[in-house]
Design a protein. Sequence first.
Length: 354
Amino acid sequence: MIFRQLFDPQSSTYTYLLADPASREALLVDPVFEQARRDAALIDELGLKLAWTLETHVHADHVTGAWLLREKLGSRIAISSRAGAEGADRYLEKGEKISFGKRHLQAHPTPGHTSGCTTYVLDDQAMAFTGDALLIRGCGRTDFQGGDARTLYRSVREQIFALPDRCLLYPGHDYRGLTVTSVGEEKLYNPRLAESIGEGDFVGYMTHLGLPHPKQMDVAVPANLKCGRPARTTTADPDWAPLTYTFAGIWEVQPHWLEEHLRDVRIVDVREPDEFNGPLGHVPGACLIPLGTLQHRTAELKKDEPLIMVCRSGARSAQATVLLGKAGFAKVANLSGGMLRWRAQRFAVDGGTD
């Protein structure tokens, strides 16, 4: 099975990609709206087809990317029938299966953090995705969205701790850089829910947490009750060039397009002068602004002008696109593969040697 654990640093949310290598069918557990382009890029680069996005619950700390991915990739949305969300393609009951190729995840209701929490268990019980019901050495809060400490305690005992001790547990969040745990570990070491802790102790612990509400709650919950559909539903990507978005978060343009549109864009080469005038040469019409000076020379560039950043391999110019994006330049793209690819495809250069 193809498996990737992805992370959103803003909300400390984990998104999980699972795919069947034979059919290439894939699903995502808990996608994040702001990371939808990243997820779509990874799916494209791995040659997968996204069949489903699954929600472990209605999140209060980020907006789901489910609706946006359905718009972009044609995937379907699944969520618990108890979640109260509208706009999903399938509402799951206990024991129902979501298939991707020859594999499947099974829905195990684990309410308590919210009334609609679901843990998804892989067909061979080798791994499970617990959302916020059970975190690594912790658990989700129980003081809003239909949460209930006694319900959560019993959910963990009956649905998660009933899995084999070897079963790996992947949470919806972690704030310390931890990535995975296991049923056996949590039974022994979870300070809130270990097998040695009684229900009364757990309820008392959760009653006195005294946590503030999540900062994004007023935005996230209403949006997630609509599966992430925003009030304004435009999903247009940049239209000034046929750009591709890489898993690294960089917009790129292909050499053949640039060769045909040299007069329509401003080409900025961020190499050093000896490289610009060296054996590889440079793209005709390119101006030289070395990466180390770019931050102090942005006034030489127009913010409404399409900019193509170039270097030897595409690495430094990728960094340049990020720098200019932060400076407010909206039409910026990296030349895919840099001068190495440009020369390999035998496009014209100024200077250089054969």
